[in-house]
Design a protein around this ligand. Structure first.
Ligand code: ACO
Length: 698
């Protein structure tokens, strides 16, 4: 990776004297950025390019070439790669387009590029990318003519277009980059590799990413977790909607994966996800320029009540608390501010506030022990000297003890103040909401990082041999879908409690079973061909007499026979009736991330409510704790409105067991337990139903 970011020599293959060509622009940018190492233009026809002696091929270069930037048409790229390998090049950046984004033939060509790189042990960035910049190494090896300022943001983007927008924004907002990487098709180097490098990069304080899809989901999670222990990562992941996903895959041929799974992956690795490019800009700005807050108490200083109220409202949306000031703070403010000023949070310094009044209020609230961050709001009233306020606020740039951001709300009049603050590296936004959102993201990152010290996944020892036997027996029948009783047997092998049940083949057997288990009972059709039993009239709950059980048997069998003709029916299962709150648990496998565990409120409205959360196994205690707490209906489990609290510990334990089954048996492609009955505290959790699907063998 060092050869990608800090090479001592670079050759541009396809460098040209024609100013319109990408090879010319890249070579010129390297010169313009004052790259201090050796530069070699490679072109079989040119004698000299931009004052540098041109070489007909890489092997003709007399000295060592550490990095190569490829700007020749795609069909020539494999031969250039071979030559680079022979020359002992360490890193190749393939700017050329026309690979997997074009379909089968392109994908084949791309694989060829990857294979050659592997053969020679070279790292490859791209193809189909804009190139790479390292401002601290004075290297702009891209074909954009924007040379950003040097700064502490590293930005990696899967889209060249987003790269150019970010660069243009950086000029306007006076934001500097440490590294800028256009990753393209990721035949080799991907985001996980970049994070592994950027984590230890002393020039980078915050990492921004535009991601359409990961190639190595688990590696990305691992590196992201490690990196966020040291510095924040903010990701704009597109493809949130199914149409967005489709656009993403046709864009760079990326696998966009299920978007919810990305949410889980980011959550588990402490990555902050944003949904728009504006949000990405806003957050990068604050993380790059301000110190981390120590807590979540916010102080607001404003010259307009309305903006103060809006900012206070936004606090709860973004996880901040309006700080309560100490008595001494209030007294100090009272002593200086006019009588009409509000000295409680939000501090209203009034419409005629001078810069000195703002300055006094800001410095006073910053001394309060309950304040961890400050938002300074300004409305462009005729009585306020915007420039003077901005100049005072500008003195906070680069040397504050806590994050201080501005929100100058307006347009023409406020823009000049915002620009002035950007020059001084003080984040300033055009709305209170954006300012609070930016500060909220800092607090969220800190909380996520502080809470995730427990990194050891919980391991459960189940009866693997028993599960293997069940799987083999099901395989022998040629089925991939297990019956409910087979599924429950698997759960039992891992210690999951299931209600006592007996399958009856006749009404009489059913009645005897019900007496043995204890009335009332639940009756369910037993069939490997029916996944959703209640949909076909295959379930009766609370059957409370022997007679009713006999009748129920006949009814269920006849209903299912008529609604699902041809389904194999083993009989009717008589089950112990367990009481509790209904939740659901499940597992699906994601191509990128592996077993994804779902947990949520159960019951018939689950698909409408969609009150579920996901995490990727293996799971830590922290993962399961945040997953369970994150559903909207969590208060129902803790005993809302005088209800009894559910046995949340046993519920979590069941989630770990399910995750372990998923980890131990990759041949299980899907697992659903719905409903799971969570009893009152201390009463345990029961898997009432089980659906297990095996992967098809070929
Ligand atoms: N070694 C070195 N130089 C060579 C070789 C070789 N083997 N063969 C040819 N050349 C020279 C050519 O003679 C030419 O030089 P000249 O101008 O002196 O004649 C130069 O290399 C370039 O070759 P051309 O055939 O002229 O190719 P051109 O510059 O038109 O296109 C390019 C090459 C830019 C790589 C093109 O194929 C391409 O992929 N363009 C799209 C790039 C892109 O968009 N990438 C993704 C960016 S990300 C985003 O989304 C914005």
């Amino acid at each position: 990776m060092k050869a990608l970011f800090e090479p001592e020599s670079i050759a541009v293959v396809g460098a040209s004297n024609d100013e319109r060509k990408i090879g010319h622009i890249v070579f010129n940018n390297l010169i313009q950025s004052k790259f201090s190492g050796e530069l070699y233009p490679i072109n079989p026809k040119a004698g000299e390019i931009l004052g540098y002696k041109a070489y007909p091929s890489l092997t003709a270069v007399p000295g060592r070439v550490e990095q190569v930037v490829v700007c020749v048409p795609s069909t020539l790229v494999p031969s250039v790669m071979e030559e680079a390998g022979i020359k002992g090049v360490e890193a190749v950046i393939v700017i050329t387009a026309g690979f997997k984004e074009l379909g089968k033939e392109g994908a084949k060509l791309e694989r060829q590029v990857g294979d050659i790189a592997k053969k020679y042990g070279m790292r490859v960035l791209g193809p189909n990318c804009m190139g790479i910049m390292n401002t601290h190494h004075k290297m702009n090896g891209t074909f954009t003519n924007i040379h950003p300022m040097s700064g502490s943001i590293a930005m990696a983007s899967q889209s060249g277009a987003v790269c150019s927008s970010m660069l243009d924004w950086s000029t306007k907002s006076r934001v500097g980059f440490s590294k800028f990487i256009s990753v393209g098709n990721k035949v080799d180097v991907d985001e996980a590799d970049l994070l592994a490098y950027l984590k230890d990069d002393p020039d980078t304080n915050v990492i921004g990413m535009y991601l359409e899809g990961a190639n190595r989901g688990r590696e990305l999670m691992k590196e992201a977790f490690r990196t966020t222990q040291v510095k924040p990562i903010i990701v704009l992941k597109s493809g949130r909607t199914s149409s967005g996903s489709k656009a993403a895959s046709s864009h760079t041929g990326a696998l966009s994966g299920s978007d919810k799974v990305y949410d889980a992956a980011f959550q588990q690795s402490n990555v902050i996800r944003v949904n728009t490019i504006d949000e990405l800009f806003d957050l990068l700005q604050v993380f790059a320029n301000m110190p981390m807050p120590k807590g979540d108490g916010l102080a607001i200083v404003t010259n307009a009540g309305g903006h103060g109220v809006m900012a206070a409202d936004a606090c709860s949306d973004y996880g901040l608390k309006l700080a309560s000031f100490e008595k001494s703070t209030i007294e100090k403010l009272k002593g200086y501010l006019p009588e009409a000023a509000n000295v409680y949070n939000p501090v209203d310094v009034l419409g005629d506030a001078t810069a000195a009044r703002y300055d006094f209020a800001i410095k006073t609230v910053m001394e309060d022990p309950n304040v961890s961050c400050v938002a300074v709001l300004l409305a462009p009233l005729d009585t306020v000297d915007i420039k003077a306020v901005a100049e005072h606020l500008a003195t906070f740039g680069g040397k504050v003890s806590m994050p201080v951001v501005g929100a100058f709300v307006g347009g023409t009049k406020t823009n000049k103040g915002i620009e002035l603050l950007h020059e001084a590296n003080v984040p300033c936004y055009d709305s209170p909401d954006k300012a609070i959102r930016a500060l909220g993201a800092m607090v969220r990152y800190k909380k996520m990082k502080d809470a995730s010290t427990d990194t050891t996944p919980v391991v459960i020892n189940g009866d693997k041999d028993r599960v293997k036997e069940i799987i083999e027996a099901v395989r022998r029948t040629g089925r991939t879908s297990m019956s409910e009783s087979e599924g429950k047997e698997i759960l039992r092998a891992y210690g999951v409690s299931v209600p006592v049940e007996i399958t009856a083949k006749t009404p009489e057997e059913a009645a005897q079973a019900a007496v043995k288990i204890g009335l009332p009972v639940v009756m369910k059709i037993d069939s490997p061909d029916i996944a959703h039993k209640s949909d076909v009239g295959g379930v009766m709950v609370g059957v409370s007499s022997e007679e009713a059980v006999r009748h129920g048997f006949e009814l269920i069998m006849s209903r299912v026979r008529s609604r699902v003709p041809g389904a194999a029916l083993n009989g009717v299962t008589i089950c112990q009736m367990v009481k509790g709150k209904e939740v659901l648990m499940g597992m699906t496998r994601d191509e990128q991330f592996g077993p994804v565990i779902t947990f949520g409120l159960g019951g018939v409205f689950v698909e409408i409510m969609k009150d579920v959360a996901q995490r990727i196994a293996p799971l830590t205690k922290h993962d399961v704790d945040t997953m369970v707490r994150s559903i909207r209906s969590y208060p129902i489990l803790t005993g809302a409105r005088g209800g009894k609290a559910a046995d949340i510990e046993s519920l979590k334990d069941t989630i770990f067991k399910l995750a372990q089954i998923a980890l131990d048996f990759p041949e299980i492609s899907e697992l659903e337990v719905n409903p799971v009955m969570v009893g009152d505290e201390g009463k345990g959790t029961y898997a009432v139903d089980a659906l297990v699907v095996l992967r098809r063998e070929n």
